[in-house]
Design a protein around this ligand. Structure first.
Ligand code: GLC
Ligand code: CA
Length: 559
C-alpha cells in the first residue's frame, strides 16, 4: 500500500456561511475563518475543505457560482482569501476548495451569453433541447423538485438543470468548455491551494439519448439515476482532467459521487485509474430512504449500517482509498441520527467518532461535529432556509397532499439545515457566532453545547476528537491496517479489528442503551493489550469478556 499525505490526514469541512461572522452582518465569512485557525490547529486537523466561497447569488448557498475566480461579497475579498491560505499554510494546514462544475449559476456570464441566442459562442456550454408538444424534452425530475428542464422564451428552448433552475448544467461534451474549466482549476492550484472536493462530479456525463425515467407511485417526475450518474463519458472526462491538471500538482482530490457501489468507486479511485484520490459514497447516509427519498424515513438497523460500511472497507481494501464521514453540510447531525442526543449525547457522540475514525480511510469532520452539535427542530417552515427543504415542502405538502405535521417531522430528521445552524462557539447571545442577527436561527442548545466549555473540559467531545486525531498520527495501523468486522449479525454491537504486521487494533462500539457483552473471538491472538481510548473510565483491563455500558466505545492495541 502506497503511503500518501492525504491518507494520513484528517479533514475538516467548513461551511463558511455558518462558521464564524467577523463583521456583525449575521453571515459567516473568510475573516471569521482566519480568527478560528488556532482553534482548528488545536483540534489537530491537517486539511480544511472549504465549501464554496466564490461569487454567487446564493440560490443554493454558493453551490450556484456566477464567477469562479472571484469571492462572494458577503464572505470578503480575494485578498482575505489569500491571507487565509497563507495563515493556514503557516500552521501546517492545507486547504482544498469545492469545485462545482456540473453546473453554474444562471447569472454566470457563460449562461447569460448562452441563453441570448442559438448561435452565441457560449450556446453549447449548456444543455439546450427543444420541447415536445409544449412539454419538456423528457420527464426528468430535478434533485430539488419539479422538472429538470426550464423553458426559456428567448430561443423557445429548454435548458437542463439537475438542481435548481438557477443552476443550469454545463455541457461537458463541449471541449472548449472543458478547457475553460481546466484553466480555472490551474489558476487556483497555481495560487497554492491543495486540492479539490468535486461537487456531484459523477453527474457530468449525461446519457446523450435523454430517455424518460421510471416514475414511482409517489413521484411526479422520472428518476434520473440511470442516465446521469456514472454516465458514459465520466471516466474519459476525469482522465482528461487528471492528465491536463491534477497530475501536475501534489494535491488531493475527493469526488462527491452519489449512487456509486464499491466497484464503481474503484473505477474512480483505483491506483492505476489516474482519476481521483477518494470519493464520497452515500449508501450509509441514505439508509432508510423511502419512496419520497429522504422525506419518507423508514429508520435503520445497526446491522445495516455495519453491512454497508464494512462492504466499503473491504471493497477498497486492495485498490483505492475510502473517505470516512457521517456528517456534512447536506446531512442531519450524526449524533441525532445514529446516536442518542438526549440521555447519552456525550457518550454516543464519542462512540460514533470512534467507530468512524478507527476505520481505514481518510476521516472528515464537519464543523460542529467535534462539539457534538445536534439537529435542530424549528417549529415553522418559514425558519428553514435550504432550497431543497423549501421546495420539497411545497411539492409534497402543497401538491401531493402530504400531512404537514408528518413533513415537519421529516424535516426535523433530515433537513440540510440541521447542519447549517451557526457553529456554537460560546454561551453568549447567538452562540458567539455573530454580534448581529444570524442568517439562520441558532440551535437553542448553544448554552450547554459550545466550544468554550468543551475546550477546557478534558472529558469533552472536543478533547475526545483531539485524542482520536492524535492517535491516527501515532499509529500506522489506524491508517493502513486491514479491516475485519466481528459479529456481523449483532444488532447493537459494532466491533472490528484492524491489522498491520504484528499489531491489531480492536475496536468495540455499542449502539445500545442497555448493557451488552462483548466476548473476544478465540482466533484473536495477542501477548499484550493496551487501551488507546475509551469514552468511559475503564478499570478492568480484561478483554476476554467486556460488559459494555450504554454507547460505550473502547479501542485496544494488541501486540
Ligand atoms: C452537492 C452539494 C449540495 C448542493 C448540490 C448542488 O450535492 O453538496 O450542497 O446543493 O451538490 O450543487
Ligand atoms: Ca460577515
Amino acid at each position: 500500500m502506497e503511503q500518501k499525505w492525504w491518507k494520513e490526514s484528517v479533514i475538516y469541512q467548513i461551511y463558511p456561511r455558518s462558521f464564524k461572522d467577523s463583521n456583525g452582518d449575521g453571515i459567516g465569512d473568510i475573516k471569521g475563518i482566519i480568527e478560528k485557525l488556532d482553534y482548528l490547529n488545536m483540534l489537530g486537523i491537517n486539511v480544511i475543505w472549504l465549501s464554496p466561497v466564490y461569487k454567487s447569488p446564493n440560490d443554493d448557498n454558493g453551490y450556484d457560482i456566477s464567477d469562479y475566480q472571484d469571492i462572494m461579497d458577503e464572505f470578503g475579498t480575494m485578498e482575505d482569501f489569500d491571507i487565509l491560505l497563507q495563515e493556514a499554510h503557516q500552521r501546517g494546514i492545507k486547504i482544498i476548495m469545492d469545485l462545482v462544475v456540473n453546473h453554474t449559476s444562471d447569472e454566470h456570464k457563460w449562461f447569460t451569453q448562452s441563453k441570448s441566442s442559438v448561435d452565441n459562442e457560449y450556446r453549447d456550454y449548456y444543455i439546450w433541447k427543444k420541447g415536445i408538444d409544449g412539454q419538456p424534452p423528457n420527464n426528468w425530475g430535478s434533485c430539488f423538485g419539479g422538472s429538470a428542464w426550464e423553458y426559456d422564451s428567448t430561443t423557445d428552448m429548454y435548458y437542463l438543470h439537475l438542481f435548481s433552475k438557477k443552476q443550469p448544467d454545463l455541457n461537458w461534451e463541449n471541449k472548449v468548455l472543458r478547457n475553460k474549466v481546466y484553466d480555472m482549476m490551474k489558476w487556483w492550484l497555481d495560487k497554492g491551494i491543495d486540492g479539490f472536493r468535486m461537487d456531484v462530479i459523477n453527474m457530468i456525463s449525461k446519457d446523450q439519448r435523454y430517455p424518460d425515467g421510471y416514475v414511482n407511485e409517489k413521484a411526479v417526475y422520472g428518476d434520473i439515476t440511470p442516465f446521469v450518474f456514472n454516465g458514459p463519458k465520466v471516466h474519459e472526462f476525469l482522465k482528461e482532467m487528471n492528465r491536463e491538471v491534477l497530475s501536475k500538482y501534489d494535491i488531493m482530490t475527493v469526488g462527491e459521487t452519489p449512487a456509486v457501489s464499491p466497484s464503481d468507486a474503484v473505477n474512480y479511485v483505483g491506483n492505476d485509474r489516474n482519476e481521483l484520490n477518494m470519493v464520497f459514497q452515500f449508501e450509509h447516509v441514505d439508509i432508510g430512504n423511502g419512496l419520497e427519498g429522504k422525506w419518507s424515513n423508514l429508520g435503520y438497523k445497526v446491522s445495516e449500517l455495519k453491512d454497508i460500511l464494512s462492504k466499503w472497507q473491504l471493497g477498497l481494501q486492495d485498490d483505492g482509498w475510502n473517505s470516512l464521514f457521517l456528517d456534512n453540510h447536506d446531512q442531519p447531525r450524526a449524533v441525532s441520527r445514529y446516536g442518542n442526543d438526549k440521555e447519552y449525547w456525550c457518550e454516543s457522540a464519542k462512540m460514533l467518532a470512534t467507530m468512524l475514525h478507527m476505520m481505514r480511510g481518510t476521516p472528515y469532520i464537519y464543523q460542529g461535529e467535534e462539539l457534538g452539535m445536534t439537529n435542530v427542530a424549528f417549529d415553522h417552515i418559514e425558519d428553514y432556509k435550504d432550497i431543497e427543504t423549501l421546495n420539497a415542502y411545497k411539492e409534497l405538502v402543497g401538491i401531493r397532499g402530504k400531512d404537514p405535521e408528518e413533513m415537519m417531522k421529516a424535516i426535523h430528521d433530515r433537513s440540510r439545515d440541521n447542519a447549517r445552524t451557526p457553529v456554537q462557539w460560546d454561551d453568549s447571545e447567538y452562540a458567539g457566532f455573530t454580534t448581529g442577527t444570524p442568517w439562520i436561527k441558532v440551535n437553542p442548545n448553544y448554552a450547554s453545547i459550545n466550544a468554550k466549555v468543551q475546550i477546557h473540559d478534558k472529558d469533552s467531545i472536543f478533547n475526545y476528537y483531539r485524542k482520536l486525531i492524535k492517535l491516527r498520527k501515532e499509529h500506522k495501523v489506524i491508517v493502513y491496517g486491514d479491516y475485519q468486522l466481528l459479529y456481523e449479525d449483532h444488532e447493537s454491537l459494532f466491533a472490528y479489528t484492524r491489522t498491520l504486521d504484528n499489531e491489531t487494533l480492536l475496536v468495540i462500539c455499542s449502539f445500545d442503551t442497555n448493557q451488552i457483552t462483548f466476548e473476544l473471538p478465540e482466533n484473536i491472538l495477542y501477548n499484550t493489550n493496551s487501551l488507546l481510548i475509551s469514552n468511559y473510565p475503564v478499570e478492568d483491563m480484561n478483554i476476554v469478556k467486556v460488559e459494555l455500558r450504554p454507547y460505550e466505545a473502547r479501542v485496544y492495541l494488541l501486540q
